[in-house]
Write a protein that binds this ligand. Structure first.
Ligand SMILES: Cc1cc2nc3c(=O)[nH]c(=O)nc-3n(C[C@H](O)[C@H](O)[C@H](O)COP(=O)(O)OP(=O)(O)OC[C@H]3O[C@@H](n4cnc5c(N)ncnc54)[C@H](O)[C@@H]3O)c2cc1C
Length: 451
């Protein structure tokens, strides 16, 4: 089977690792050809942005798709972030409620604990997993990552043409075309090309991301041993925190500590301020200088009595080169009808790009990669045909992806709300959830129960 993957992001690379790994552990000679095409010029391309939290689903997918050494490298390169999300007030930054995913789901802490990882490091680990290819020939799998290949469009090729090429897996094949004039043919094309996916735009032209009219401003405060001593533990220990005033505004805060792993160069506390809806319009935010964005955040937290607990410092002394606005967009809930293509399939942000507010976009992409790995291996082993297998993948993926998209959108809307009544009600809910496990499970703990 010839598999073309567009995009060497977390989802695409996890899938490539998964296909390679499943073949390593299978006795049959698999004869699979996996080609990954990435627009970045090479593996050293700087991955802009902020660190990621990999949760229980993400770890399960990685354990399934990576070989043992590569998974251990992931553990070594990441730091524990616990299984809790704290909701804190602005008076003294004390906790109002703590969502503990281990307690809610009944799963052991080590299973659901999140790991904080730097993006560049994570991608590097996934790439190195593919480079351990000494045993490729023996298991009949070929994997290659092609850099500097910008996908532009695909073309489905009819059954007759494909059969002439000796294709025995699917009803036809698919050809991907790249900006440099080259092309590649496969039995299946996987769009793992992120939120602005050109694969999605061709396959589902009517399925468009929606602008939510909400902005967040993110920044990194570099941590030094001296700075760490002066801050409360929760700002430096990797835990996940939401600071929620009774009035408008919302601040997410988590640190990405340094590990001894080879490439990680820095420790920082990441903060993300949700700009109250209607306070500043989106175009104005996009044109602001880093200083202006920092001042907007400082202004937003001015009334919070907590600024003496180090919060003001973390914002005021932010590394200005890291400050940036993110205008929130989200895919709609995915449609029931998929037109049943067996040759072009999507995973990750390309099909369910969501706001970062639930912290699960990459985790859902990894879960897709896990599911699609097993799906394609079943087809390869002759246990099912491609059309049935892809339909099954899409139905299952839609179930959990739709839940995550809806949750992240709901959190974004709540966090940007300027309604005092709504905010007071939310504080009431937090207190109730903290006191009553059943309320916790069905409100702020909802994401922890989805499986
Ligand atoms: C501030 C912020 C914080 C976040 N925090 C978290 C978190 O803690 N946990 C979490 O789970 N998620 C988080 N996310 C979401 C997460 O970053 C994404 O959901 C995740 O990166 C999606 O993975 P992916 O593989 O689908 O896409 P990507 O990682 O975007 O990879 C897509 C790849 O495709 C390539 N590509 C694009 N177009 C083409 C083309 N035409 N041709 C060839 N290649 C192409 C890109 O260069 C890229 O390498 C966060 C997002 C933001 C913005």
């Amino acid at each position: 089977m010839r598999v073309i993957i567009i995009g060497a992001g977390f989802g695409g690379l996890c899938l490539a690792n998964g296909l390679l790994q499943r073949h390593r552990s299978d006795d049959d000679d698999m004869n699979m050809d996996i080609q990954v095409f990435e627009r970045h010029s090479g593996p050293d391309h700087d991955l802009a942005g902020y660190g990621l939290h990999v949760d229980g689903d993400g770890k399960k997918a990685l354990r399934h798709c990576l070989d043992g050494d590569t998974y251990r490298r992931f553990l070594a390169a990441s730091t524990p972030a616990g299984s809790k999300w704290a909701f804190r007030g602005t008076r003294d930054l004390g906790t109002i409620a703590v969502r503990d995913d281990s307690k809610i789901s009944g799963k052991p802490e080590e299973e659901v604990e999140r790991r904080a990882v730097h993006r560049f490091e994570f991608r590097d680990i996934l790439l190195k997993g593919l480079r351990k290819q000494g045993d490729e020939a023996a298991i009949g799998v070929k994997v290659q990552v092609h850099w500097g290949k910008s996908f532009v469009r695909y073309e489905e090729i009819s059954r007759a043409d494909a059969n002439a090429n000796g294709n025995e897996f699917v009803n036809g094949s698919v050809r991907a075309y790249f900006q440099d004039g080259t092309s590649a043919e496969g039995d299946i094309l996987v769009g793992a090309d992120g939120s602005k996916s050109l694969v999605r735009q061709q396959r589902f032209p009517d399925l468009k991301r929606e602008d939510l009219g909400i902005a967040i401003i993110c920044g990194r405060y570099q941590l030094t041993p001296d700075r760490v001593k002066k801050l409360p533990d929760f700002m430096t220990d990797g835990s996940l925190n939401n600071i929620v005033p009774r009035g408008k505004g919302w601040l997410f805060l988590a640190s990405f500590p340094h590990t001894e792993f080879e490439n990680v160069r820095e420790s920082y506390t990441l903060w993300a301020y949700v700009v109250p809806k209607g306070d500043v319009d989106m175009n104005t935010i996009k044109q602001m200088t880093p200083e202006k964005m920092r001042d907007l955040v400082l202004d937003g937290v001015k009334g919070w009595k907590s600024t003496e607990f180090g919060l003001g410092r973390v914002i005021k002394d932010v590394d200005l080169t890291t400050i940036s606005p993110i205008i929130l967009k989200s895919m709609p809930v995915l449609p029931k009808d998929w037109n049943g293509s067996s040759k072009v399939v999507l995973l990750g942000d390309s099909i369910h790009n969501m706001t970062p507010m639930a912290g699960v976009g990459a985790n859902v992409a990894l879960r897709d990669a896990h599911l699609l790995t097993d799906t394609l291996v079943e087809v390869q082993n002759g246990k099912t045909n491609m059309t049935e297998a892809i339909t099954k993948y899409e139905v299952e993926m839609k179930g959990y992806a739709n839940a995550a998209v809806a949750l992240s959108r709901q959190i974004a809307q709540g966090a940007s709300s300027t309604s005092t009544v709504q905010r007071w009600a939310f504080h009431g809910l937090l207190r109730l959830a903290q006191a009553c496990p059943l309320v916790m499970r069905h409100t702020i703990g909802r994401g922890a129960l989805e499986d």
